[in-house]
Design a binder for this molecule. Structure first.
Ligand code: SAJ
Length: 414
């Protein structure tokens, strides 16, 4: 049976682009969202999140009458759940958003529908979702206990897109599709093949869940290695950037880049889902998280030591976003470092972030001032490079010559 109507539950960083891409392929898409403000914004053809080209695609889809946002679910042939999976307590995955999304759509499910979980989830979450749906709809059979006799198909297809390149990667990335039964996988594959030019790889739900977590943990462990190397290099008076450049000339070595810590809502979060599921086994994954979490504190200590030499330290933090060329300040180590420097009173603190126009309250209440790059370079005696935004890369190295610099991104060693 062909899919005509798709419902995307959760119109955030993943759900909205996904909904817009399906709509741009001619499907009728209904987005379900809890925020009334987001619903109104989208229905007016606008976007509430920043992502290159997303405004254009959403506007096109809404104006063509293919994309609509609503607060209450409506019947559809396929439901894609793209809601957050944050922590609760001690790094424990909080599945309550998935549970309420499931319970919310359950009332409109009909025989033959497909439900896909896209949210990054701990192993077993897709099966939990099937159970929650079954509790709400005892009149329908679900695959966790009815196998191939199920009325509704349930699968996991983790999102893998890189913020900043979402629209491109949504289409070009390969996808891992894990159903609770082979038929669930088959139906979900049919759905993704409508938009994906990459390959779709079939597996079961548990493998798909762990594959996503493993991808982000792989990055985290490798960044932890680079971050650890950077502190070893400081102690041994070796330039870590030159060291990595040289080691990477080996055909089987590819060390990642050290930085001020790992930010974002994915790489710094997902490894804990593995640690939580297998605490005795996940030793390296846990240690990597700890190493990356300690890096911002290490940078703050470096700044304290260096700024101390000035009678009146004026410290400029270059970059607040969690990585280069985006405006996303959430879970950003640069924000934590800037805040800690200001809170601990090392001196006057200036912040430069070309992608924002107003400083978050968290920093302004500590006396941090948002300034232009030229003002920062003129006034500061201590510079902390926290993000390798393009405008910083373009600066001539001479501008830093008379300054004391903590360069967490190796900008001056490129
Ligand atoms: N970082 C380093 N050194 C590096 C690479 C990254 O310090 O060599 C830092 C960044 O500065 C940033 C953090 O790591 O603070 C994460 O940045 P990122 O660009 O590596 O990844 P995210 O979090 O934006 O997106 C990741 C991606 N996962 C992988 O590359 C395996 C993306 O494909 C996922 O879809 C996304 O997580 C997600 O939603 O899970």
């Amino acid at each position: 049976m062909a899919f005509k109507t798709i419902s995307v539950v959760g119109l955030g960083y993943i759900g909205l682009p996904t909904a817009a891409v399906f709509a741009s392929r001619g499907l009728d898409v209904v987005g379900v969202e809890v925020s009334e403000k987001a619903v109104n914004t989208i229905n007016a053809g606008n976007v509430h999140i920043v992502e290159p080209d997303l405004d254009m695609v959403v506007r096109g889809a809404v104006h063509a009458g293919r994309l609509r946002a609503t607060l209450t679910p409506e019947p559809a042939d396929a439901f894609m759940i793209a809601v957050p999976t944050p922590f609760k307590g001690e790094n424990e995955p909080d599945l309550s958003y998935i549970e309420s999304a499931g319970k919310n759509i359950a009332s409109v499910l009909k025989k033959g529908d497909l439900v896909v979980l896209e949210s990054t989830s701990p192993v077993g979450a897709t099966e939990c979702l099937s159970r929650w749906l079954a509790e709400a709809r005892p009149d329908l059979n679900f695959p966790h206990n009815h196998g191939e006799e199920a009325d509704i198909q349930v699968a996991h297809c983790p999102e893998r897109v890189l913020p900043g390149k979402v629209l491109q990667e949504l289409v070009s990335n390969d996808r891992i599709i894990g159903g609770l039964t082979p038929y669930c996988t088959e139906r979900a594959t049919e759905l993704y093949e409508l938009i994906v030019t990459g390959e779709c790889f079939a597996t079961n739900a548990r493998t798909a869940e762990l594959a996503k977590l493993s991808e982000n943990s792989f990055r985290d462990v490798n960044i932890a290695f680079a971050n650890e190397l950077s502190t070893i290099c400081d102690q041994l008076d070796v330039n870590v950037w030159e060291l990595i450049r040289l080691t990477n000339r080996h055909p089987r070595v590819d060390v990642l880049s050290p930085g001020p810590g790992v930010g974002g809502h994915c790489i710094a979060v997902d490894p804990w889902f593995i640690v939580h599921s297998a605490p005795e086994r996940a030793k390296m994954i846990r240690l990597a998280r700890e190493i990356n979490n300690e890096k911002p504190l290490y940078v703050v200590d470096q700044v304290r030591e260096l700024a101390d030499q000035f009678k009146k330290p004026v410290i400029a933090c270059l970059g607040l976003a969690f990585k280069a060329n985006i405006d996303d300040l959430r879970e950003s180590p640069a924000m934590d470092i800037c805040e800690a420097i200001a809170k601990q009173g090392f001196g006057e603190v200036l912040a430069v972030e070309p992608n924002i126009s107003k400083l978050p309250e968290r920093l302004s209440r500590e006396g941090v001032v948002l300034v232009s790059i030229s003002e920062a370079l003129e006034r500061a005696n201590t510079i902390v490079i926290l993000v390798d935004h393009k405008p910083f890369i373009r600066l001539s190295k001479e501008k830093f010559a008379a300054k004391v610099v903590v360069d967490t991104r190796g900008l001056l060693s490129r």
